[in-house]
Design a binder for this molecule. Structure first.
Ligand code: GNR
Ligand code: NI
Length: 174
């Protein structure tokens, strides 16, 4: 297992459409393990493969509560290959989102409150999961990444252009 560097806005690879995975083999499992380690290290609650420069339809999430210090080690990782939203509620909800590829910027995004997601697990078996709350938000945020979509695409154009300009300026300084 190893940590991989996370791509930061305005890296153009974040706008790629990731390709479906043809089968879950040991290489994909190694990628999933590196992604999980990278996500926990960041720390974050989700990560898409394109955020470490790999344009494959692979995500990891762990939204387990970590309120007390004692619960720091409670890990509930979920590995999703070729995830798709097969059903979304009409009811919407608003969450304050952030993204490891847009560090230290947060904004409210409105999305379906509940989703059903179909995916392959780390053994390649087809699964379906119903999610709500932060899990539903996180899954939609990650699946967006697979389509080159960032959470700032769901906010006002004024705010989006402002944050993109800020990160372009940062990138020029580095
Ligand atoms: O760590 C993350 N937190 C988060 C908070 C609200 C909504 C979505 C997320 S996902 C984000 C990690 C990330 O960038 N995943 O792509
Ligand atoms: Ni993100």
């Amino acid at each position: 297992m190893s940590l991989r560097p996370i791509l930061i806005l305005p890296d153009t690879r974040l706008r790629l459409t990731s390709a479906p995975v043809s089968g879950v083999d040991d290489d994909i499992r190694a990628l999933l393990d590196d992604m999980l380690e990278t996500m926990y290290d960041a720390p974050g609650i989700g990560l898409a493969a394109i955020q470490v420069g790999v344009a494959k339809r692979v995500i990891v999430v762990d939204v387990a509560k970590r309120e007390g210090e004692e619960e720091e080690d409670v890990k509930e990782p979920i590995f999703l290959v070729n995830p798709e939203v097969v059903k979304a509620s009409e009811e919407l909800s608003v969450y304050e989102e952030g993204c490891l590829s847009i560090p230290e910027y947060y904004a409210e995004v409105e999305r379906p409150e509940r989703v059903r997601v179909r995916y392959l697990d780390r053994l390649g078996a087809m699964q379906e999961m119903d999610a709500d709350g932060i899990m539903a938000t996180c899954l939609q945020h990650e699946i967006d990444h697979l389509n080159g979509v960032l959470f700032i695409d769901h906010i006002s154009r004024l705010k989006r252009e402002r944050v993109i300009k800020k990160f372009e300026k940062e990138a020029r300084r580095r």
